[in-house]
Design a protein around this ligand. Sequence first.
Ligand SMILES: [Zn+2]
Length: 493
Amino acid sequence: MEAIANRHSGTAGGTLVAHDQSKPLNVHVSISASAASTAAGQRALWMLVNLLARSVGAVARITVACPEAKLHPAVAPGYSAGSSLVAAILESAKAIGAIPPRLAAGTPEQSFVLGIGRVDDADLTLVFGDWWGGLDYTTSDAGTEVTLPFGPYIAAAHAAGHVFRVSRGLVEFVPFVYDAWKHVTASEIPPNPPPMPKKLAGDFLLAGVGAVGTATMLTLWATPGLKGRAQIADADTVDLTNLNRCVLFDASTVGLPKASTAAEVLQTGGAGSLVWDPHDGIAQEHPRRQQPLQLLLSAVDKNRSRLAIQRLIPTMALGASTYNLRSSLMRAGPLGARACLVCHNPLEPEISDPELRERYLAANQETQARLAESLQISRSELDSWARTARCGELDNRALPLLAEELDAKPHQFSVGYLSVLAGVLLAAEAVKERTSSTRALDDDKNHVSIQTLTPWSSRNNATRYLRQEDCIFCGPAGSATLQSMWADRFSHR
Ligand SMILES: [Zn+2]
């Protein structure tokens, strides 16, 4: 049965105790008056409550202690600057339709307390700067001067991650911060990077508006000074099992196309002036796709999709993904020296058309009706395709969607905080691509993988991600024409 917790109820390869043995926590989120008056404090609060409200099975009850304050711009999508912070936080989390938070003046008994700013009885405090975020035992009022969303979101994701791990029997913790500027994990606050330019222009294509992609979009929406055309693409529609981790989707968006829905949610109120240009289909078919493609952000979760978008030969490609309890970010190339998007990602076996039709016919009425609706064709048209193999109004673009929906393979483990972490790192790296020549991911160290079982480990930093010798795209069997085109674009970037 479809349920919000489906995608995080697994054991992540045997690391976690089983979902049915999990001990959901009563979580109390408390923010100080001074933190609640800052954009950074409000962003940390919004993201933390949003993630906790999706954590079915890990969280039993959420209470929030928040002084009334005016909402800063680009904090809560759909809520205008100057409106009530408390209303924006509680209402948007309730709309998810999973664990509704409620306001509490004091700390309810037997609660695990997460603090933002100086909070007396916090078990853990979220700490953050512009580019770094983490968790600490000591309270602090830092963060008043923070204008970028990266640090607050990283801290919030790690806090939700800690709650998730504790509910599944993993209680160990060591204070740490993660610096997304240099990609290092440390126990001390990192030095400030150079200030961001006031305006950052440039277009990009984001492939995949799922859990990672929506976090990337929100982060870019909240980054001051960004301008340009943000093309986004996803052929999928929102379903109930997406709600455990897609920060822009709630119960009212189930059944709607992901790309245009996410663009709609972020249409107004952003900190910069990005223009969202959605396509409710696969990225390579975005009707206004720029050529040559300068910057590709990959947030897709299928290896076949990775191959398709790598074949667009973007000058620069950044990819983010999650696997079990790991969030990863990679920068593709250079050719022959470092991995492309396809390396180490073997293609999934494809379902044959006859098999697809058989599965459709075997599905229950409800599923058949839902598929017809998301393809915007009639049931009888879809039934006739399944029985006769004649396509009629069902065009080729519908087949990948059906294949995805009717695939019998179990979905991979996936939990909200991991996707947000990956999505925020992808957005931060995209911003760095435009700002500085001393980027953390480069032609040598092109990969970062954060094992969130031990997020404090110093091994969570930038490393080399080598190519796969026999990669079907960048290896000897790949197209020499495409490879030389990529090498040429890469060297002239
Ligand atoms: Zn490759």
